[in-house]
Design a protein around this ligand. Structure first.
Ligand code: AMP
Length: 190
């Protein structure tokens, strides 16, 4: 399954909880990039320039990284992708990877939240963690980019009737319950 949501919507937290409950591995492209930045690997050095500006890491770099990750053994029983795909080129790449491995997505979960709420949350998080991509200008840029590019991604999956929307505002446990209920019910028939 996929989890899609704006920066600050709590999708990382929810992804971890869902992965625990469903017993499938959660793969966050943001986390993989951050680990590489921390380890100062060539991938991290390349990705950092884009991440610090709030821009997407180029598709060629991101796609290769996801392709490698999805070739690992732990995804055999299923996986939850957090933060990928974010562009339509990435949707195409994921389609290609899954076609090669004869796998199929079950559901695309979209966490929804109001932009102003997200800006406030991200400011709070910046103070706590000192993330270099969380100052107000960068936050607004990331949100704008999210809406601009990710809506096309959601559109692609909506055409396939795979998208389940869940309100991401509120208590963490309440959101997890909503998510688990929504996954069970599946996408609403058109
Ligand atoms: P996240 O933690 O998911 O918000 O990701 C943090 C940053 O990593 C993003 O702002 C991008 O710079 C980069 N990133 C994560 N996932 C992707 C992706 N699928 N495509 C391009 N860049 C990504």
């Amino acid at each position: 399954m996929l989890i899609i949501g704006p920066p600050g919507s709590g999708k990382g937290t929810q992804a971890e909880r869902i992965s625990e409950r469903l017993g499938v591995v959660a793969i966050s492209t943001g986390d993989i990039f951050r680990a590489n930045v921390k380890g100062e690997t060539p991938l991290g050095v390349e990705a950092k320039k884009y991440m610090d500006a709030g821009d997407f890491v180029p598709d060629s770099v991101t796609n290769r990284m996801v392709r490698d990750r999805l070739a690992e053994a732990d995804v055999a029983t299923g996986f939850l992708l957090d933060g990928y795909p974010r562009t339509t080129a990435q949707v195409d790449e994921l389609d290609a990877i899954l076609a090669e491995t004869h796998e199929k997505l079950d559901v695309v979960l979209q966490l929804t939240a109001d932009d102003e709420e997200l800006v406030q949350r991200l400011h709070g998080r910046a103070v706590e963690t000192g993330r270099s991509d969380d100052n107000e200008e960068v936050i607004r840029h990331r949100l704008a980019l999210y809406h601009e590019q990710t809506s096309a991604v959601v559109g692609r999956y909506a055409e396939r009737n795979m998208v389940v929307d869940v309100d991401g505002i509120g208590d963490i446990d309440a959101v997890t319950d909503r998510v688990m209920r929504a996954i069970k019910e599946g996408p609403k028939a058109l």
